[in-house]
Design a protein around this ligand. Structure first.
Ligand code: SF4
Length: 244
């Protein structure tokens, strides 16, 4: 195990693997990503930007009913028609443009062949995809990990919040800093990255919320400095100054 994953706050020695083990034993396998094909994962990763998954699932159903859930069919239809089908995802014209931009890249760089795309070395493909209009690092890493089974870690707002509260990263650490922290501290195993990210999303949604986290019930409650501090401050008597 690389020493970069050591968490030294308070000398607890908690590692990234310890966090994973605790989350996995409490929540179990998350079965991500909910899709039938790699292309459906890519479409979902692009559509899910700034919107709930429920809206994305509705849009994917519409695309499926229109027989557009394969790269060639979607390439051959106009951007406006795609926009209308993904209306439920918000910013739908931009999202249709992003889908088209990805398909343009897929054809120009890989002749429309997703398998060929995913045979590209990881760093090269990541750089290429980050150059596609509208694709940011979270979307790119989601595509590469969940559609291509490539060992790149996905960082989202849930991940940043929890890992900051646990003390693994400082507030304000940029996306790539958080990603590098995971990738230097864990085995290069896409199955583990897949499950780890899904477990952090589950934790963020159900326990480590922005406001009023449920630290008392959290599987990390006894080792999390922020959680312990929040629980201690909830236990102490409220001062007169706080009431007034
Ligand atoms: S103990 Fe609280 S702050 Fe820490 S990870 Fe759990 S829910 Fe988040």
């Amino acid at each position: 195990m690389n020493r970069a994953d050591r968490f030294t706050w308070g000398g607890s020695g908690l590692t990234l693997v310890d966090v994973y083990d605790r989350l996995y034993s409490r929540f179990g396998q998350q079965h991500w990503w909910p899709a039938d094909t790699p292309f459906e994962v890519i479409v979902g990763a692009i559509l899910t930007q700034s919107v709930s998954w429920r809206n994305v699932a509705g849009a994917i159903d519409c695309l499926e009913r229109a027989d557009l859930l394969d790269p060639r069919s979607m390439r051959d239809i106009g951007e406006e028609a795609i926009a209308l089908l993904v209306r439920s995802t918000g910013y739908y014209r931009q999202k249709a443009k992003k889908l088209k931009s990805f398909l343009e890249y897929l054809w120009s760089a890989h002749g429309g062949d997703l398998d060929a795309m995913f045979r590209t070395p990881l760093d090269d493909l990541r750089e290429d995809l980050l150059g596609v209009w509208g694709l940011g690092p979270e979307t790119v890493d989601s595509i590469m990990l969940y559609a291509g089974n490539m060992p790149t870690f996905v960082v989202d707002a849930y991940t940043v919040r929890t890992m900051t509260r646990l003390g693994f990263v400082k507030p304000g650490t940029p996306y790539d800093g958080v990603r590098n922290m995971f990738m230097s501290g864990l085995p290069k195993d896409p199955r583990m990255y897949n499950e780890y990210h899904a477990l952090l999303v589950h934790l963020g949604k159900h326990f480590c919320g922005k406001r009023k986290p449920r630290c008392g019930d959290c599987p990390l409650g006894d080792v999390c400095p922020a959680g312990r501090a929040m629980m201690e401050s909830a236990d102490r008597p409220v001062t007169t100054a706080e009431i007034s």
